[in-house]
Design a protein around this ligand. Structure first.
Ligand code: DC
Length: 219
């Protein structure tokens, strides 16, 4: 069994890199951000204020999240329904970041994440995998890049999907989400003491995969 934690800010390419590594290593890729995104989306469905801790905490009892893996692909059923790309809109991203600051939300998702890593060899990406969820992970990577490089990637990703966004808007939302995620009181997005930091501002996805494979092979 091996547990690989990949943490870092949005737009660093964690998910594409982790997917490629999972395929190479024949293990499961777990996208933990999708769990927070589903809670954010559900809060938006209900029209509640995602910055209000009491309102958000009060809906958790009505949420069932089921994590499934088929042919290496993760699906999440939110109250029985796969919401697909609805969780990837800029509104859902901000909602996810807002709700993820609340202890009750993080507690709600803790067991699902730990159970998955107990039953399977995993590469799990998120913000607090190496620090909180899997402190004993065999490999810990903190993948980061400059805000400009990350916003450019996110912008290209969104426009490729036909989203009507500007680079400036993507950049300012990214900076706001970074601030939210890295300064919150609980489980902030910071490298674990024993994490290897990889800055891929000037690296392609393939080069990033190779750099991380080197770290894994040394362990
Ligand atoms: O990785 P992502 O962009 O899909 O994550 C969406 C939000 O969820 C992110 O802004 C912060 C939060 N998140 C978190 O707090 N902890 C994680 N392990 C993963 C995501």
């Amino acid at each position: 069994m091996i547990r690989i934690a990949i943490d870092g800010p949005g737009g660093a390419g964690k998910s594409s890199v982790a997917k490629a590594l999972a395929k190479k290593l024949g293990i499961i890729y777990v996208d933990t951000g999708a769990l927070y995104r589903n809670i954010g989306l559900y809060a938006l469905d209900l029209g509640i204020n995602t910055k209000n801790e009491n309102e958000v905490s009060s809906i958790l009892g009505n949420i069932s999240l089921e994590l499934k893996f088929e042919n290496g692909k993760q699906t999440i059923l939110l109250n029985g329904k796969d919401r697909g790309d609805e969780i990837r809109t800029p509104e859902a991203s901000m909602a996810a970041s807002n709700v993820s600051a609340f202890p009750k939300v993080r507690e709600f998702l803790l067991k699902t994440q730990r159970d998955t890593a107990e039953k399977n060899s995993v590469i799990m990406d998120g913000r607090d995998i190496g620090t909180v969820i899997l402190p004993n992970a065999e490999v810990k990577i903190f993948l980061t890049a400059s805000p400009e490089a990350r916003a450019k990637r996110r912008y290209l990703e969104l426009t490729a999907k036909g989203a009507d966004v500007t680079y400036e808007k993507v950049f300012s939302e990214m900076v706001e989400r970074d601030r939210n995620d890295s300064t919150r009181a609980i489980a902030p997005c910071v490298p674990a003491n024993d994490a290897t930091i990889v800055d891929n501002s000037d690296m392609t996805e393939e080069e990033t995969v190779i750099a991380i494979l080197e770290v894994i092979n040394k362990k």
